[in-house]
Design a protein around this ligand. Structure first.
Ligand code: AMP
Ligand code: ZN
Length: 464
């Protein structure tokens, strides 16, 4: 079976054919680093991590290049820097904010079982022409001006959207239908309301770089055109992000990259994840209905958050609920119970096949439940296949001791005390004192511990 992916640009599911199977290339828009990421921001990170893992499985781990940028130049960052470090020069304050936030982001998404991308370029390293000759923003803007796709006006360099006949194809918006709305600023100096900023002048108290258009800073969209070209070339395979990035961000990335390079496409597959919602509304900073990854990690193992995310297909909205989390936690406890510490080489073909159909993770989880039942009643091979499948997908990264240890800590249970009670119960059973052994079982239950007897002895775990 071949991989099929839904492409937002052509609005259809198509067979995935990489430009070069020896180097499959994917770009995903990364975080703007000024504050803790919320669990909605984790959705694209987890979804595209599953795709990255699948591509590595299909093409070999050395044959996939995954680039996810870090946006470290943004007015929100400047505001945060001025607020949090009023005594420091702005540049130093900005560096502090972005470094601390980048580290928080890495710690959070590591805990969610996400692999690091192959490269994580920072926008500020790609503003000016580079010693290594990789693509940069100033050079791209010069190319756009030279090719008649950009103009200087009102202290800005703007992209001329009317210079591109099929501007708007990704979002399905036609130029003449575009009303200047909340998301498109109306400015007298623009030739058309949809023209967008490539470069803007900075005041003395804003970060800036010397450029042919004066000391200024780049617009948001141009950074991804530069960093994707720097690592993946002018045309590459997959470009991803959340639904809210289709317009204007991805539309404008396409305009910049295609017009600067003179190509007919920027990426061959455009993939967008749906929103994570709370009571029917998109989780977002501005609505204030968000919970950070960090807050959730205080209460739940990262793999529980990951599983909970993957229960819904990536293009559908997810309603994030406590009930869903509790159910995901019970599932993972059970999977660890069956497969922790089991070695396995070969993941199940059936599980991989669910992902080949546009990352059908709900089907993937159904397939895992099937494997789990086979593993529980089957032999070493079945258990190995179940364990290998879980690990391929970013689960089962902990040992049984780590998994149970965390729960013990969280529940305040003393493992030594439990082991002692179990030894007492085993001794009581050996001398056929069933009244005493039943009493100890009840005592364990009251402590929130369930036990399981088998030929090998008695094991226990914390009840959820
Ligand atoms: P932002 O920090 O808003 O630029 O978002 C970073 C990434 O998270 C982008 O790919 C967004 O599309 C995505 N994103 C933001 N909010 C949500 C949400 N509630 N559900 C799913 N993805 C989101
Ligand atoms: Zn981007």
């Amino acid at each position: 079976m071949e991989l099929r992916l839904y492409d937002t640009l052509t609005r259809e599911k198509r067979t995935f054919v990489p430009l070069d199977p020896g180097n499959v290339r994917m770009y995903v828009c990364g975080p703007t680093v000024y504050d803790f990421a919320h669990i909605g921001n984790a959705r694209p990170v987890i979804v595209f991590d599953v795709l990255f893992r699948l591509l590595r499985h299909l093409y070999g781990s050395d044959h996939v290049t995954y680039v996810r940028n870090i946006t470290d130049v943004d007015d929100k960052i400047n505001d945060r820097a001025a607020r949090d470090f009023p005594g420091l020069p702005l540049n130093e304050a900005i560096r502090k904010v972005t470094e601390v936030t980048e580290k928080q982001f890495h710690d959070d998404v590591d805990a969610l079982g996400c692999l690091r991308p192959t490269v994580e370029p920072r926008a500020t390293d790609f503003v000016l022409p580079r010693a290594d000759g990789k693509a940069d923003m100033v050079t791209l803007i010069r190319q756009l001006i030279a090719r008649g796709h950009a103009y200087e006006a009102g202290g800005e360099v703007l992209f001329d959207t009317q210079s591109m006949p099929d501007y708007g194809a990704l979002s399905g918006r036609k130029l003449d239908e575009q009303q200047a709305g909340a998301r498109v600023a109306v400015d007298a100096h623009k030739k058309h309301p949809t023209d967008f900023v490539l470069w803007k002048l900075s005041s003395d108290d804003e970060p800036g770089w010397e450029s042919p258009w004066g000391r200024g800073r780049p617009g948001w969209h141009i950074e991804c055109s530069a960093m994707s070209a720097a690592y993946l070339g002018d045309v590459f395979d997959i470009h991803g992000g959340g639904l809210d990035l289709i317009f204007p961000h991805h539309e404008n990335e396409i305009a910049q990259s295609r017009c600067a390079h003179g190509t007919s496409v920027m990426a061959n597959y455009w993939m967008h994840n749906g929103f994570l919602q709370v009571e029917g509304e998109k989780m977002s900073k501005s609505l204030g209905n968000f919970v950070t990854i960090r807050e959730l990690l205080a209460d739940w193992p990262g793999e529980v958050l990951r599983l909970n995310m993957l229960k819904t297909h990536y293009r559908s909205p997810i309603d994030w609920t406590l009930k869903g989390l509790e159910e995901s936690a019970r599932t993972l406890d059970d999977w660890y119970w069956v497969a922790a510490d089991i070695k396995g080489e070969q993941p199940s073909r059936a599980v991989v096949e669910t992902l080949l159909d546009d990352l059908n993770t709900p089907q993937m989880i159904a397939a895992l439940h099937g494997l789990r039942n086979k593993a529980a009643s089957g032999d070493e091979h079945d258990r190995g296949q179940f364990a290998a499948s879980l690990r391929l997908l970013g689960f089962l990264s902990e040992s049984a001791a780590e998994w149970n240890g965390r729960k013990q800590q969280a529940s305040g249970i003393d493992a030594k005390q439990i082991d002692g009670l179990i030894a007492d119960r085993t001794a009581a059973r050996a001398r056929k004192d069933f009244k005493e052994s039943d009493r100890i079982r009840d005592e364990l239950a009251a402590l929130g511990v369930v036990i399981r007897d088998s030929k090998e002895g008695t094991t226990w775990e914390i009840a959820r």
